[in-house]
Write a protein that binds this ligand. Structure first.
Ligand SMILES: Cc1cc2nc3c(=O)[nH]c(=O)nc-3n(C[C@H](O)[C@H](O)[C@H](O)COP(=O)(O)OP(=O)(O)OC[C@H]3O[C@@H](n4cnc5c(N)ncnc54)[C@H](O)[C@@H]3O)c2cc1C
Length: 365
C-alpha cells in the first residue's frame, strides 16, 4: 500500500511475498468511481492518474477498461445516489433501460423494477501484477522490503522502536498497514479499533458456452446494490483470469480469525449467490467451479482509517479498507506518507479519523 510518492524506507511483512493470506492477493479487482460519497470520487480522480503514472514508469499494463454496470432497485437510495453522483461529477455514463438492456448486456436478466447505469471508464486492475510492480519500483528507488519478518513489538517514543525476530529498528515515524492483523499489531501500542475481519468466499462460475461473458467480448464488471436474494452488494468481473470462469462474489462474509481463516466454513453467502446466478445469469452453471479465499477488514461504516495514533503522532495507521481499498492504493500511500511527514494531507481526512469511533466500545486506549 506504499506507493504514490516515495518517502517510505523499509517495509516489514510477516510472510514470504507473494502470499495469499491477507486482503490484496487476486488477479483482478474492480477500479471505479461509482460511489455514493463525493470524497471517494475525488480521491479516485487522482488515483487513476497515479496508476497511469505507475504503468508508464514501470512499462507495465495494470488497468483494463471494461466499464462497470451498476444495477439496483430504481427507487432505492443506494442505486439513485450512485447514479446521480456519477452524473453530477461528469463521469461518462450510459443509462440503460429494460428495452435496450440486453442489446448492451447479453446473457444477464435485469430484475423487475431495477435500473442500470454503466460507468464507462471503470474497469479492472491486474492486482497481483500491480503489487509486484509497486514492490519493484520501491526497490528501484532504494527502499527495502523485509518479508518473512513479523513485527512482534512496537515501543512508542520520539524514535519508534520496532522489534522483529530478526532485529530491532528505530524510526522517526512508523506507518502501520497490517490489514486483518491491525488490532493484533495495535495491541502492542495500547490501541484497539472497532474492526471486524470476515472471510470472503471468492467464487468463480463456469460459462455454459465459453466466451459468453468474456472480457474480450466486452462483458463489463458489475455491482448489484441489492436484489431479492440479499440486501448486500453482489459484484462480478468478466471471464479473464481463468478461461471460461466468471468471478461473482458476495460483498460480505462471516467473522474469522486471520490466523485461522479457513476454519470459518460458512457457505450461506454461496447459497445466496447460487440462487442469484441461477435467476439472472442463464449462461452460467449455478454452482461455483472454484472457490478461493480472501479477507475484508471492516469498519462499522465501511470507510477507511487514515489517521495518527491518538497518543503518538509519529505512528500513522492505514486500516479498515472494508473490501474496497485496492483501487485507492496509490492515493492511500500518498496520504499516509503525508501524515507520517507531518504535512497537510492532500484531502480532507475527516471521514477516515479514529475519533469517529469514540462512541463505539472497541476503540480504546
Ligand atoms: C475478495 C476481495 C475482493 C476485493 N475486491 C476489491 C475491488 O474490487 N476493488 C478494490 O479496490 N478493493 C478490493 N478489495 C480490497 C482490497 O484488496 C483491500 O482493501 C486492500 O488490498 C487493502 O489491504 P490491506 O493492505 O489493508 O491488507 P493486506 O493486503 O492484508 O496487507 C496487510 C499486510 O500486513 C502484513 N502484516 C500483518 N501483521 C503483520 C505483522 N505483525 N508484521 C509484519 N507484517 C504484518 C500482512 O501479512 C499483510 O501482508 C478486495 C478484497 C477482497 C478480500
Amino acid at each position: 500500500m506504499f506507493s504514490g510518492s516515495f518517502k517510505v524506507r523499509s517495509v516489514l511483512v510477516q510472510f514470504v511475498l507473494p502470499h495469499s493470506r491477507g486482503s490484496s492477493h487476486g488477479q483482478t479487482w474492480v477500479i471505479r468511481k461509482a460511489y455514493k460519497q463525493d470524497f471517494y470520487i475525488h480521491m479516485m480522480e487522482e488515483s487513476y492518474k497515479l496508476w497511469t503514472q505507475l504503468e508508464e514508469e514501470a512499462g507495465v499494463k495494470l488497468y483494463r477498461q471494461t466499464g462497470l454496470l451498476v444495477m439496483g432497485p430504481e427507487t432505492s437510495d443506494d442505486y439513485q445516489l450512485i447514479k446521480t453522483n456519477l452524473q453530477n461529477n461528469n463521469i461518462p455514463t450510459v443509462i440503460l433501460n429494460r428495452d435496450n438492456f440486453n442489446q448492451h448486456i447479453p446473457g444477464v436478466n435485469l430484475s423487475e423494477g431495477h435500473g442500470a447505469v454503466v460507468e464507462v471508464t471503470a474497469g479492472l486492475l491486474y492486482a497481483d501484477r500491480a503489487l509486484r510492480t509497486v514492490q519493484g519500483q520501491f526497490l528501484k528507488l532504494g527502499g527495502t522490503i523485509r518479508d518473512n519478518e513479523e513485527v512482534t513489538g512496537i515501543t512508542p517514543g520520539p524514535l519508534v522502536t520496532v522489534t522483529t525476530p530478526a532485529g530491532v529498528y528505530r524510526a522517526k515515524s512508523v506507518v502501520i498497514t497490517a490489514g486483518p492483523w491491525t488490532n493484533a499489531v495495535l495491541a502492542r501500542t495500547g490501541l484497539q479499533l472497532p474492526l471486524q475481519v470476515v472471510k470472503i468466499n471468492v467464487c468463480y462460475w463456469k460459462e455454459k458456452v465459453p466466451g459468453t461473458y468474456d472480457v474480450k467480448k466486452h462483458f463489463p464488471c458489475f455491482i448489484l446494490t441489492e436484489c431479492e436474494e440479499t440486501k448486500e452488494h453482489i459484484y462480478g468481473l468478466p471471464a479473464n483470469e481463468y478461461p471460461g470462469l466468471v468471478k461473482i462474489c458476495y460483498h460480505m462474509g462471516s467473522p474469522t480469525d486471520p490466523d485461522q481463516r479457513d476454519r470459518q466454513t460458512d457457505r450461506s453467502d454461496i447459497d445466496i449467490l447460487q440462487r442469484y446466478v441461477a435467476r439472472c445469469f442463464p449462461g452460467l452453471i449455478p454452482v461455483p467451479a472454484v472457490v478461493e479465499s480472501c479477507m475484508y477488514t471492516l469498519t462499522p461504516d465501511c470507510h477507511f482509517v487514515l489517521d495518527y495514533h491518538p497518543s503518538h503522532n509519529n505512528i500513522v495507521i492505514g486500516a479498515g479498507f472494508s473490501g474496497h481499498g485496492f483501487k485507492f492504493g496509490p492515493i492511500i500511500g500518498k496520504l499516509l506518507s503525508e501524515l507520517s511527514l507531518g504535512e497537510v494531507p492532500s484531502y480532507d481526512l475527516s471521514p477516515f479519523t479514529i475519533g469517529r469511533f469514540q462512541a463505539t466500545s472497541k476503540s480504546s486506549l
